[in-house]
Design a protein around this ligand. Structure first.
Ligand SMILES: *[C@@H]1O[C@H](CO)[C@@H](O)[C@H](O)[C@H]1NC(C)=O
Ligand SMILES: *[C@@H]1O[C@H](CO)[C@@H](O)[C@H](O)[C@H]1NC(C)=O
Length: 506
């Protein structure tokens, strides 16, 4: 009863804030509101300072790549190594930048990079989605698993462990307003996974129409963090499209979520447990913070899978769990608890903004005067009603139809920690649940040393990655590429000879 009272008190106080004003006019509400503070903190911690907070352009403005073509999708060959002035001169890298006019929008244009495999055109097509919500996938291109990274002198150098060594690799800036993706109409800003997954599906159809040979290859969806929401929704959208014989058949073989937020009910409850286990909080602090959990769980229940105002309410209620831990932890980097945030910055990704704001780079990729919005507070806030929704619910149907799922998590990430991810994966009800739960944990070995702990059965795998924070391909690039390769080949669980030992319970 007491928790009902607290909860409805919170909901009532929220009702006085009109949700539409709240969602779209963050400027009017000012930076003192909690979500915009959260969004700004997120962006500052990555040392990003986008000039605009969302990519809304004047209606007359469009990226040069699209201008006057009348085409729905326009793609251009690029050589970023040359633009950066540092790289070797390679004739044809098979690198492309493109724009796609989203059909189910008023005026939205989606930006993407497409890097052909360095290995074979027959390699699977892999799409990567960065989270936020509202952060550009270029973060992954230049700091995680793209073909190259940015050296201190601002020139690009090949990434030995880029995922383009095993796949034809796509990075999309989405939802609309993020990265180089833009619109002139703010009605195109998305608020839920329906909008997000339909846009991605439309894009994929157009992409495969442009590249019919690639449509014959296997296809995998990957990504990180808030993409723990996007990925299951997108996978289900593709699978449903295939079943309904909509458009081009897409050879969806699997989807992989890295340090994601997928089932908030389970994952928010895991925050105090993880924080206690890792010595971030002590037992009395744990007991105090845990009192919020039942209220948070109730709030999430009211949000369900498609609420709106109740979902917003649950965001506020549940995030007090996280913010209470952070208040105790102080200047900890919540993407990697081994690290401190120096100043207000946890990471320094500013070279990406510098690089993508360079005039010759902009000309090369066809974006002209379109701003690069590395992380968009407006997109972040627009997606708050989506935050607490449970995206686990669509996954069993995919597993039953043989679509593979890999959930992996760097062990030192707090914000989307491995414990919460492991719990929802184990709790998920599907025909293989019992067998999965009963499966042994085996070492995931890369070059003879244990890079993680793996549990796998049938189409479902869970991998806890050692010595890594939130961004696994950045912290453990070699292990991340091995993981992708072996997962796609179906050999993830093959224990290299001579190392059959079991490891302790996670
Ligand atoms: C920039 O740094 C990279 C990596 O350290 C190096 O390989 C390259 O030669 C440097 N380029 C220039 C122009 O100094
Ligand atoms: C937990 O930490 C707080 C703040 O440092 C301290 O006051 C409290 O006594 C500690 N409790 C336990 C059980 O260690």
């Amino acid at each position: 009863m007491e928790k009902m009272k607290i909860f409805f008190g919170l909901v009532l106080s929220l009702l006085f804030v009109s949700p539409s004003a709240f969602l779209l006019n963050d400027r009017r509400l000012g930076a003192s509101t909690f979500p915009s503070l959260q969004a700004e903190k997120l962006i500052r911690q990555l040392n990003l300072f986008p000039k605009e907070d969302v990519n809304l352009v004047d209606g007359r403005q469009s990226a040069p790549l699209l201008a006057g073509t009348g085409k729905r999708i326009v793609e251009k060959r690029i050589n970023l190594l040359r633009e950066s002035g540092g790289g070797v001169s390679v004739e044809d890298l098979g690198h492309h930048a493109g724009y796609y006019k989203l059909p189910h929008s008023h005026d939205a244009k989606m930006f993407y990079f497409f890097f052909e495999s360095r290995n074979s055109k027959k390699d699977p097509v892999v799409i990567w989605l960065t989270g936020g919500p509202g952060c550009s996938s270029e973060l992954a291109v230049f700091y995680e698993n793209g073909p190259f990274s940015i050296a201190d002198n601002m020139s690009l150098v090949w990434n030995e462990h880029g995922w383009d060594k095993a796949s034809n690799l796509l990075y999309v800036d989405q939802p609309t307003g993020t990265g180089f993706s833009y619109t002139s109409d703010k009605r195109d800003i998305r608020h839920n996974e329906n909008g997000v997954s339909n846009d991605l599906y439309d894009f994929l159809q157009a992409f495969f129409e442009e590249h019919p040979k690639l449509a014959e290859n296997d296809f995998y969806i990957t990504g990180e963090s808030y993409a723990g929401h996007y990925i299951p929704a997108f996978a289900a959208r593709v699978h449903n499209g295939n079943k309904a014989k909509e458009g081009i058949h897409i050879n969806l073989k699997g989807f992989a979520i890295g340090n994601g937020l997928t089932d908030p009910g389970v994952q928010y409850k895991a925050y105090p447990d993880y924080a206690l286990d890792m010595g971030i909080i002590n037992k009395s602090q744990y007991n105090r913070i845990s009192k919020i959990i039942p209220v948070c769980e109730l709030a999430i229940k009211l949000c369900g899978t498609d609420g709106t105002l109740s979902c917003l309410a649950s965001y506020f209620v549940c995030n007090s769990v996280f913010s209470s831990i952070i208040a105790i932890a102080g200047d900890i980097n919540y993407y990697d608890i081994r690290k401190k945030c120096v100043g207000s910055l946890c990471y320094d990704f500013s070279n990406m903004e510098k690089f993508l704001n360079d005039k010759s780079v902009r000309e090369a990729i066809g974006v002209g005067d379109i701003e690069f919005v590395s992380c968009s507070p407006t997109v972040y806030q627009a997606m708050l009603v989506d935050w607490m929704r449970n995206l686990e619910v669509g996954i069993p149907g995919l597993l039953e139809d043989g679509v593979k799922l890999l959930v992996y998590a760097g062990e030192y990430d707090l914000i989307c920690n491995w414990l919460g991810n492991s719990r929802w994966v184990h709790a998920m009800e599907w025909s293989g649940q019992k067998d999965f739960v009963a499966s042994p944990e085996i070492p995931f070995e890369v070059d003879g040393s244990e890079a993680g702990v793996l549990k796998t059965n049938g189409p479902l795998s869970f991998l806890k990655v050692h010595d890594s924070g939130h961004m696994v391909p950045m912290d453990q690039p070699k292990a991340a590429l091995a993981m992708l390769r072996r997962w796609m080949e179906g050999s993830l669980s093959e224990v290299p000879a001579g190392s059959g030992k079991l490891v302790a319970e996670m």
